[in-house]
Design a protein around this ligand. Structure first.
Ligand code: GLP
Length: 242
């Protein structure tokens, strides 16, 4: 695992956007796995700027979603599909045709999960998967004690994650769904390159456990230690307990 310490979130965003641009120059149709939350936004902004300046052509890129809430109505602004379309797909000048994501509105949720795993495989697998990290060490929505071999499936959120994510629902925790679909840890590990960005003091414990602790399902992000090409980019605050 490679750990890169950068001065701040903007520098982390720029560094990772350049890695994505390099991938797209090498493989224009690359499948980019994207994460939601606040942390990756500087990456998407820096990548969008590069596309607009003509520094990289993203027109053939394909985008895959990491996780999704279950039960939010189609088009809800905080469904991860809406967030990814708004923050990544549209700014890059792409359309929904370049986008793969699990159906959080499906009646048979497990069938939707299985279909999504198949769709990722048919698409040739994820070339570069972006990840954030929860304060409890979760990746995607794989909460602590998720199986390290898990595939895409339905999960129940912990109270902590619902509290953390209430800010996207006007601070009203009753609006945060209890259930989610997430790529499993095994699914995530199938990507060719994993890039985790963590910024801010609040992530320092989770980062230390991920990088320096044992590989353990209680810290799902520690599974990155099992991957042959994993990069952890942290700002100085998130690196403060390393
Ligand atoms: C959610 C997402 C994760 C994300 C995490 C941290 O739980 N499912 O993919 O990494 O939030 O979000 P933030 O970057 O806003 O701290």
């Amino acid at each position: 695992m490679e750990v890169v310490i950068v001065p701040d979130a903007e520098a982390g965003g720029e560094l990772i956007a350049e890695a994505i641009a390099a991938l797209l120059r090498r493989k224009p149709e690359a499948l980019l796995g994207v994460a939601t939350g606040s942390t990756p936004l500087p990456i998407y902004q820096a990548l969008t700027a590069k596309v607009r300046e003509g520094a990289v052509d993203a027109s053939k890129a394909r985008i895959a979603q990491l996780d999704e809430y279950v039960g939010l109505p189609q088009g809800h602004p905080e469904s991860y599909r809406s967030v990814v379309l708004r923050e990544v797909v549209e700014p890059l000048g792409l359309t929904e045709e370049s986008f793969l994501g699990p159906d959080g509105t499906a009646e048979d949720v497990q069938a939707a999960c299985d279909e999504y795993d198949k769709a990722l495989a048919w698409a040739g697998g994820v070339d570069l998967q972006l990840l954030g990290i929860g304060t409890d060490g979760h990746i995607g929505f794989n909460e602590p004690c998720s199986s390290l071999a898990s595939r895409t499936r339905i999960k129940t959120l912990t109270q902590q994650t619902r509290v953390d994510n209430a800010r996207f629902f006007a601070g009203d925790i009753t609006q945060v769904p209890h259930h989610v679909i997430t790529q499993g840890i095994g699914t995530i590990l199938d990507a060719r390159h994993l890039v985790l960005l963590a910024t801010g003091e609040g992530k320092a414990d989770a980062v230390a456990a991920t990088v320096e602790g044992p590989v353990a399902s209680v810290v799902p992000a520690s599974a990155l230690q099992l991957h042959r090409h994993a990069t952890v980019v942290v700002d100085e605050a998130a690196a403060s307990k390393l």
